[in-house]
Write a protein that binds this ligand. Structure first.
Ligand SMILES: Nc1ncnc2c1ncn2[C@@H]1O[C@H](COP(=O)(O)OP(=O)(O)OP(=O)(O)O)[C@@H](O)[C@H]1O
Length: 532
C-alpha cells in the first residue's frame, strides 16, 4: 500500500491559554489535492506552520512518505520536499523573477553559470505547468496573479513534491483563478501533493479530492469531495446552517452623498495610479467596485480616506473636501462622517502590537465621550470594546490580547467592528471579508446591508465577484486606474465582469485566459516604462 505523502499524528499546540491545535491526525495521499476548511481561528494556519517548521508542536509526530520526519525550521521543510505559497508573498520586489527564484536556493553568489542553468530550468517548469512568466521582469512590475506564479515556481525549483497554498485565490480574477486551478491540476497529474486552505466552498468542490474540516482546534471531519455538498461543508464548519447568499430588500436610494470627479493620483515611483476617476454614491446605496488588486482601488480608498494626496474634486453631502495638504488626513475625514476599512488590515487597519481594545478605539479616541477630565476613560473604552467583540464574534473575545495574536479573520472583524459601529454617513470598505469564514461573512454582509438601509452611502471595493454581485446595488469595474464600465448586478455576470477587470472590454474570439494574459502583460509593460 502506498504511504501517505503527509501523515500527522496527534499534533497539539497551545499559545498560552489558547489551544490552537488539539490532538490532530490527518493523512494526505500522494497525487491528491486535499482541502482544509474551518472557521476563523480554527487552527489551520497554526497546523500548516507546524508542517512548515515555523512552530514546534507541543506533541505529535510528522511522517513524510512514511518516514518520521523532524521539521525544526523551514529549511528542513524544504529538504523534506515541502513548499509553501503564502498569502503575503515573500518576494523581493526590486529583483527579477529569475533572481527571486534562485535566491536562497543556490549555495554561494549568483554566478552567471548558475543564472543560465536556472533560466533553463525555469523555462522548462514554466512550460510544463503553463506558468507563463517572463524570467527577466522585475517583481514590482508584475500583477499579483503573476507574482503568485513566481512563488509556485520558487517552490518547484526547490523540487517541492508537496505544496501548501494558503487562500491562494483571494487576489485573483476569475480567469486567473481558473488558470491557477489548471496549474494545480497539472501538478496533481505529475504526482505532486497539494494542500489547499480556503474559505471558498466553490473552490473546494471544484478542485479537491478530499476535504478536512477544522473546528476550535480539532479536526472534526474528513470527507471525499464528491460525496459532500457546499451546504453540508458549511454546516460541518460552523455547526449550524449558513445562508450562502445575501438577503436584502431593494435599495431606497436618496441624494448623492459622495461625488468624485476626475480623481488623479501619482505614486512615489511616478506611476499614475488613478487616471481620472469619476463616480457617485447615493444615500441608501452600495456601489461595488470590482477589480483585481493593484488597479487603483487601494489608491481610491486611500485618497478618499485621507491617506494619500490627489487632484480632482470630491464632494461630501454637496461640499468639497480638501485633497491635498494638512486637511487631507484620516482624522478630518472621520469628522466629515467618512469611515474607512482599509484593504490591508495588517499595515493600515491595525497596530499589531497594540491590544484589541486600543485598536477598536483607534482614530476615534478624541471623541468627547471618552474624555474624563485630563484623562481618557479607559474603563468605558474597554467595556465598549468587549461589547463590540462579542457582537462581531471575535475569537477569543479578549480585549487585552494584542492584535497580532488574533487569526487573520478575527483581525478583520476587529477593524469592521470599529468602523461599522461608528454609524458613518459614508463607509469606504476594502475587501471586507478577505480571509473571513462563511459564518462571519453572513454576519458582515448583513451589517453592511443594515447600514445601507439606514440611508448611508457605501463604497465597497472587493476582488470577490460573488460578494460584489450579491451586495452591490450598482457595480463599477476598475482596471489600470480607470473605471472600465458600470453595470447593474441583474444585467451582468461573472464572465463579463471578469473580462472588464482585466481590461478586456469586448468578448474576445480567442480563449479568455489568453485575452486576459495579453491585456495584463500590456499593462505591466506600460508600468515598467513609467517607473523611475
Ligand atoms: N502567535 C500566537 N500567539 C497567541 N495566539 C495565537 C498565535 N497564533 C495563533 N494564535 C491563536 O491560535 C488560534 C488559531 O489560529 P490560526 O491562525 O491557526 O487560525 P486559522 O484557522 O488559520 O484562522 P483564519 O481562518 O482566521 O486564518 C487562534 O485563536 C489564534 O488567536
Amino acid at each position: 500500500m502506498t504511504a501517505p505523502a503527509i501523515e500527522l499524528q496527534g499534533i497539539s499546540k497551545a499559545f498560552g491559554p489558547v489551544q490552537a491545535n488539539k490532538d490532530i491526525s490527518i493523512r494526505v495521499m500522494p497525487g491528491t489535492i486535499h482541502g482544509i476548511i474551518g472557521e476563523n481561528g480554527a487552527g489551520k494556519s497554526t497546523l500548516m506552520s507546524i508542517l512548515y517548521g515555523f512552530y514546534k508542536a507541543d506533541a505529535g509526530e510528522i511522517f513524510i512518505n512514511g518516514q518520521r520526519t523532524e521539521i525544526s525550521d523551514s529549511q528542513a521543510a524544504i529538504s523534506a520536499g515541502i513548499g509553501m505559497v503564502f498569502q503575503h508573498f515573500k518576494l523581493v520586489q526590486n529583483f527579477t523573477v529569475l533572481e527571486n527564484v534562485i535566491l536562497g536556493a543556490e549555495d554561494g553568489p549568483m554566478l552567471n553559470a548558475s543564472l543560465a542553468r536556472a533560466r533553463g530550468v525555469l523555462r522548462q517548469l514554466s512550460e510544463e505547468y503553463e506558468l507563463s512568466v517572463d524570467p527577466d521582469q522585475l517583481i514590482e512590475n508584475l500583477s499579483v496573479g503573476h507574482q503568485q506564479r513566481v512563488e509556485i515556481l520558487k517552490a518547484l525549483y526547490r523540487q517541492a513534491d508537496i505544496l501548501i497554498l494558503d487562500e491562494p485565490t483571494g487576489v485573483l480574477t476569475p480567469a486567473e483563478a481558473d488558470h491557477l486551478f489548471r496549474i494545480l491540476d497539472n501538478l496533481r497529474a505529475e504526482g505532486k501533493t497539494i494542500i489547499l486552505i480556503t474559505h471558498k466552498l466553490r473552490e473546494i468542490m471544484e478542485i479537491t479530492d478530499t476535504v478536512s474540516v477544522m473546528r476550535r482546534g480539532q479536526m472534526t471531519a474528513t470527507v471525499k469531495t464528491r460525496e459532500t455538498s457546499p451546504e453540508e461543508l458549511a454546516e460541518l464548519m460552523v455547526g449550524r446552517k449558513v445562508l450562502l447568499r445575501v438577503d436584502k430588500a431593494p435599495a431606497e436610494i436618496g441624494a448623492p452623498v459622495l461625488q468624485v470627479e476626475g480623481l488623479r493620483h501619482v505614486d512615489s515611483h511616478g506611476v499614475e495610479r488613478l487616471k481620472g476617476v469619476s463616480l457617485e454614491v447615493r444615500a441608501g446605496e452600495i456601489l461595488g467596485i470590482a477589480g483585481v488588486a493593484g488597479n487603483g482601488q487601494s489608491e481610491l480608498l486611500e485618497v478618499l480616506g485621507g491617506y494619500a494626496d490627489a487632484t480632482g474634486r470630491v464632494l461630501v453631502n454637496g461640499s468639497e473636501i480638501d485633497l491635498t495638504g494638512a486637511k487631507s488626513d484620516g482624522q478630518s475625514r472621520r469628522a466629515r462622517g467618512i469611515a474607512h476599512v482599509p484593504e490591508d488590515r495588517q499595515t493600515e487597519g491595525l497596530i499589531m502590537a497594540y491590544t484589541a481594545w486600543e485598536n477598536i478605539v483607534f482614530g476615534y479616541h478624541r471623541d468627547p465621550r471618552y474624555q474624563s477630565g485630563m484623562l481618557m476613560n479607559n474603563a468605558l473604552i474597554r467595556e465598549e470594546a468587549q461589547d463590540k467583540m462579542t457582537r462581531y464574534d471575535v475569537r477569543p473575545p479578549n480585549p487585552q490580547l494584542a492584535a497580532r495574536n488574533f487569526s487573520g479573520g478575527n483581525q478583520q472583524k476587529i477593524v469592521l467592528a470599529r468602523e461599522i459601529e461608528r454609524d458613518p454617513d459614508i463607509l469606504l470598505i476594502g475587501q471586507p471579508t478577505r480571509g473571513v469564514d462563511i459564518g462571519a461573512i453572513e454576519f458582515i454582509h448583513q451589517e453592511i446591508v443594515r447600514l445601507r438601509d439606514k440611508g448611508k452611502a457605501i463604497l465597497l471595493v472587493s476582488v470577490e465577484l460573488d460578494e460584489i454581485l450579491s451586495l452591490s446595488d450598482r457595480i463599477a469595474v476598475m482596471f489600470d486606474g480607470q473605471i472600465m464600465g458600470e453595470r447593474l448586478p441583474a444585467e451582468t455576470d461573472q464572465t463579463e465582469l471578469g473580462l472588464l477587470m482585466a481590461g478586456v472590454t469586448e468578448r474576445p474570439d480567442k480563449p479568455l485566459i489568453e485575452a486576459v494574459d495579453a491585456s495584463l502583460h500590456e499593462k505591466e509593460a506600460r508600468e515598467a516604462e513609467q517607473h523611475d
